[in-house]
Design a protein around this ligand. Structure first.
Ligand SMILES: [Zn+2]
Length: 517
């Protein structure tokens, strides 16, 4: 294993595959994964999106990423393959029936497809292997046949038991480490944040098969609820995937679609009606000042570094993952300083920003992954306000030990302990297995969804319209490659480069020639 993690190829999963024989069904092929320099590493992703604005209908896209391309090219629009569309209006009852043709083609690629090598003027067997699947939590749960919040073990990475609010008909289960103040703490009273019982590929598949082979429907439902698994996923036909290690939690959705917006709801006193008189709520006037100053601050930043940030106190609905990331990483640490009635909330937020900055590095050392692990464990423990023995002794950063943070060990406050908070604990292992967070985050998927929204021009036949567009686009790309044509020769207008992009490229091409005065 390399000392620095820079890409998916530095992950433990890829390195383990290098030493394994390729398996297709019951057949073991005479070569290892990626033993040929032409073998291709693929990633599979899916996500839902609304094809029309102000409509509740959602459709699902199936995307393939080619990891053999350099990092700055693999997520570009022209290099992403759209393998299929699952039409709306609802979430598919049986997603496997839609991805079945794709799995058939991927199995052919595992077996090897006869391909012409123009350099050696010979034919060779081209192999491609999918080694990761990603998307938001509902999308990946669907692919993995996870039961989600209805199962007693909602986390796909570990076997932690979910726990409900006592004496309430709400069936949602929440994830917290310490249940010592809960009237029904279940089997385990306290979970250690770095010693969670992780699911392994063998245990996952054994549980999935036992659910599938249960003799009665009632027993099947009971097993399914106990394991949090509904059955054997079709994707398990691909021997290059490991369940659940090949399906990391998406960093973008965890942090900028959930965690940061939820913290803002806490601070502004709007989190599920639970915030009255709480020490983390900023005085209303103060929050308005923070919001207005944040919006003003971005007007001083060159447009090349990102779009202006809306006012989080007034226009939080206009925020996107991208703007939440800019606000939380660069603006909020300054704007929130000395604003909280209790300073420990500011310290807690700054420790999160420090962890996020470590996670976002292009190169992450083993020591930094360990630092991320101890930092996240402390952050989650402090979020729940756990007891000192749970704090990692190797940690460099001391726990805040505030008298109360967000969950406060009150059972009626369980809605503060969502799966998304617990999932943070798995980020360090995900980096070890699959490389830096950017290799499997959902930014390219979201951008592709936005692109698909733009290409649908027929409201009457949106899927036929979209399918025709994608077919035309693929044919044009093949024509371009076959005849070595440029975009202009193909009739496409030349790419427009904005003034801001030109300035940024100019800055990049002349490093060290600018001096701050
Ligand atoms: Zn877990």
């Amino acid at each position: 294993m390399p000392r620095m993690t820079t890409d998916i190829f530095d992950g433990l999963h890829y390195h383990l595959l290098l030493g394994e024989r390729v398996v297709v069904g019951d057949r073991m092929l005479p070569h290892n994964y990626f033993s040929d320099h032409c073998d291709i590493v693929l990633g599979f992703a899916t996500n839902s999106f609304a094809p029309f604005k102000k409509r509740k209908h959602t459709m699902w896209i199936l995307l393939i990423f080619n990891y053999n391309l350099p990092p700055d090219q693999r997520f570009q629009k022209d290099n992403i393959l759209c393998a299929g569309i699952i039409p709306s209006p609802k979430k598919p009852w049986d997603a496997d029936s839609f991805i079945y043709p794709l799995i058939q083609e991927l199995l052919e690629l595992v077996d090897g497809v006869s391909t012409y090598d123009s350099l050696s003027s010979s034919l060779f067997a081209l192999h491609a292997y999918v080694i990761t699947g990603f998307g938001d939590i509902p999308a990946v749960s669907m692919l993995m046949h996870m039961k989600g919040h209805n199962g007693s073990r909602p986390c796909r990475m570990c076997e932690i038991q979910g726990i409900g609010i006592p004496d309430l008909q709400n069936r949602t289960l929440y994830m917290l480490l310490s249940r010592r103040d809960h009237p029904k703490p279940m089997d385990v009273v306290e979970y250690h944040p770095v010693r969670l019982l992780l699911r392994s590929h063998d245990s996952f598949m054994a549980q999935a098969k036992s659910v599938l082979s249960a003799p009665t429907e009632i027993q099947r439902e009971e097993l399914s609820k106990a394991y949090g698994i509904k059955g054997v996923p079709l994707l398990s036909a691909l021997g290059s995937l490991r369940f659940p290690q090949s399906f990391p939690y998406d960093f973008m959705h965890l942090i900028w679609e959930n965690l940061i917006p939820n913290l803002v709801l806490f601070w502004s006193g709007n989190y599920k009606g639970m915030d009255e008189g709480q020490p983390y709520v900023l005085p209303p006037d103060m929050w308005q000042v923070v919001g207005a100053t944040s919006a003003k601050a971005t007007k001083m930043i060159p447009l090349s570094f990102g779009v202006p940030i809306p006012n989080p106190a007034k226009d939080s609905s206009y925020f996107t993952s991208s703007t939440w990331s800019v606000w939380s990483l660069f603006i909020a640490p300054t704007m929130l300083q000395r604003r909280f009635p209790d300073e420990c909330y500011y310290q807690h937020f700054c420790s999160l920003v420090r962890i996020l900055n470590l996670c976002l590095q292009f190169k992450i050392s083993k020591e930094e992954i360990n630092e991320i692990e101890s930092g996240i464990c402390e952050w989650v423990v402090d979020y729940e306000r756990c007891v000192p023995p749970f704090i990692s002794k190797k940690s460099k950063v001391g726990s805040i030990h505030a008298p109360s943070l967000y969950y406060q060990h009150k059972p009626e406050w369980l809605p503060a302990c969502l799966l998304k908070i617990h999932a943070l604990l798995h980020i360090p292992d995900q980096i070890r297995w699959m490389g830096p967070c950017w290799t499997t985050w959902a930014f390219p998927i979201e951008r592709q969804c936005g692109y698909f929204q733009c290409i649908i021009h027929s409201r009457l036949n949106p899927y036929a319209n979209m399918s025709q567009h994608l077919t035309d686009l693929s044919q044009l790309r093949q024509v371009k490659i076959l005849y070595n044509l440029t975009d202009e020769e193909l009739g496409k207008p030349p790419k427009h480069i904005s003034l801001q992009t030109k300035r940024l490229e100019d800055c990049k091409s002349r490093p060290g020639t600018f001096t701050l005065v």
